[in-house]
Design a protein around this ligand. Structure first.
Ligand SMILES: Nc1ncnc2c1ncn2[C@@H]1O[C@H](COP(=O)(O)OP(=O)(O)OP(=O)(O)O)[C@@H](O)[C@H]1O
Ligand SMILES: [Mg+2]
Length: 484
């Protein structure tokens, strides 16, 4: 139901009336009547007021000009709960997407009230989620007449486009996307949030495999909006969700399994002639092996999808860590050229290094954005004393020798870092040691300047890691002195 799409003018608080200024120009008797009217009458008048607003509109466009304080650019699309609009936030100086919900489509005022409360509760939780693969939530409004959420705008559409059998992604890219979703959902789960409404259209694409999971705040509120899950989302609903059992992170694991099945095969795991038949199959049937639809699917990958789709929660993945672990193993077996260039591989290499052991996933992603992997053959000098430099390094594979004025000082192994003094000093500082590879070596090169601009939590993690290294080196030097 799209109540707002064809009106001209602004929508602001107060029975769907336009802006504050416009509202005062509405006939006072209509407003007075609205206040006295019962709910159903108020709903009808709300719609009427919007229609009336077109007569009052000062703006020449044919769509909504403003929602709350946000000027509208255009409509992005519609979904079962309302419509989504591209808008600007002049104060923050950024584009935003606004989801205008349609609580008045509900049949009962009590449900409507609970919907608002649930929406605000969920929005408060969702706003706490800060992750590179989760759409940021900026604001939520649920007053008498308007419910909307203001969120980060993600420009590249959603995953539906890649769930078509004629437009499937290469396997490694599909797996990479699923992996990022799993990390995002694991982060949400750690914050006490279960999505409950995960589906392809709620995974937005920035570009390439860079995705963001959206609509964290809709899953719970939805229960009050419609008794049964929405037809569109039914295919993603877990068996326990359909049976109205208690939900855990496993329900999201199931839904991500459905997304994965669709990304890999272009088909849904189950089909039914109608909703009841589909629900029955979800609860009782076993999906066809994905390789029946795409023969090149490796068995390891197929096993991951099928285990995520297990209808019995005792056989399904119990945690995101288990799911991601198997996914990573399956990914390694894929026959693809640029393993180390993929985001997933980069993430996993860094995650395993002792240097990053206290980092949250989100901080690792942040680090990777200002870092490069560089490979060197044996005997190559990576850093020379006296040189100026802007980067520091964490060794990811191989060994390097540290020398000063030709005197060997140390041998570094994966997880060790070098060149970090520049991070603490001014850009005019010079390298104090020389670093030479002892065999084929790979390093993570991190731009010190970019790191100074990183988020506070990320910088704190680096400071802690450097401090640990400093203490280790002092201890080592003391031991050497004592032994001398
Ligand atoms: N933050 C956003 N940035 C850009 N586009 C968005 C954003 N949020 C939603 N969209 C787009 O708006 C359209 C409608 O989204 P909407 O969330 O209303 O429907 P849905 O995802 O199909 O269902 P649901 O309401 O259950 O999430 C979709 O095409 C979606 O890709
Ligand atoms: Mg959505």
């Amino acid at each position: 139901m799209r109540r707002f799409t064809h009106c001209t003018g602004s929508i602001g608080p107060g029975l769907g009336f336009p802006s504050q200024g416009d509202r005062t120009r509405l006939d006072a008797s209509v407003q007075g009547f609205v206040k006295r009217a019962d709910r159903s009458c108020a709903r009808a008048l709300s719609a009427k007021a919007i229609v009336m607003s077109s007569a009052l509109a000062l703006a020449p466009s044919n769509g909504i000009d403003r929602i709350g304080k946000y000027p509208i650019t255009r409509e992005i699309g519609t979904g079962p709960e309302g419509s989504v609009w591209l808008a600007s936030d002049p104060f923050a100086g950024r584009e935003v997407a606004i989801k205008l919900l349609d609580p008045l489509a509900m049949s009962h005022p009590e449900l409507e009230r609970r919907f608002r409360r649930a929406l605000m509760n969920e929005a408060a939780l969702a706003a706490r989620l800060s992750h590179p693969h989760i759409v940021a939530l900026y604001d939520a409004v649920a007053d008498e007449d308007l419910c909307y959420v203001v969120m980060e705008y993600v420009a590249g559409g959603n995953l539906e486009a890649y769930c078509d059998a004629r437009a499937l992604l290469p396997l490694d890219q599909a797996v990479e996307i699923v992996f990022k979703c799993a990390l995002a959902l694991e982060h949400a789960h750690q914050q006490g949030v279960i999505h409950r409404n995960l589906k392809a259209s709620n995974i937005l694409v920035r570009r390439g495999t860079d995705i963001k999971v959206s609509d964290f705040c809709s899953g719970h509120a939805e229960r009050y909006a419609r008794v049964l899950p929405k037809a569109q989302a039914l295919a993603y609903s877990s068996p326990e969700q359909l049976q109205e059992l208690g939900l855990t992170q496993q329900t999201d694991i199931y839904s991500l399994g459905v997304v994965m099945y669709r990304l890999l095969t272009g088909r849904e795991p189950f089909h039914g002639a109608n909703d009841a038949e589909l629900a029955e199959k979800i609860i009782a049937a076993t999906p066809a092996a994905p390789s029946r639809h795409r023969c090149e699917l490796p068995s390891a990958l197929e096993q991951v999808v099928l285990r995520a789709l297990e209808r019995d929660t005792r056989r399904r993945y119990a945690t995101w860590a288990e799911f991601s672990g198997d996914l990573t193993d399956a990914y390694r077996m894929l026959d693809h050229a640029e393993v180390e260039n993929s985001d997933t591989e980069r993430f996993n290499i860094v995650r395993a290094l002792s240097f990053f052991r206290d980092f949250q996933d989100v901080e690792i992603w942040e680090t990777l954005r200002s870092a490069n992997f560089r490979r060197f053959p044996a005997g190559r000098i990576i850093m020379r004393e006296g040189e100026r430099g802007e980067c520091f390094y964490v060794l990811t594979a191989g060994e390097v020798e540290v020398t000063r004025s030709g005197t060997p000082l140390d041998i570094l192994t994966p997880g060790d870092c070098f060149g970090e003094m520049l991070y603490f000093s001014q850009s005019s500082a010079r390298r104090t040691t020389t670093i030479k590879t002892l065999g084929p070596t790979t390093v993570l090169e991190i731009d010190s300047m970019a790191l100074r601009l990183a988020s506070a939590p990320c910088q704190v993690q680096f400071n802690k890691a450097f401090m640990r290294i400093l203490i280790d080196r002092l201890t080592w030097a003391n031991a050497k002195l004592a032994a001398a």
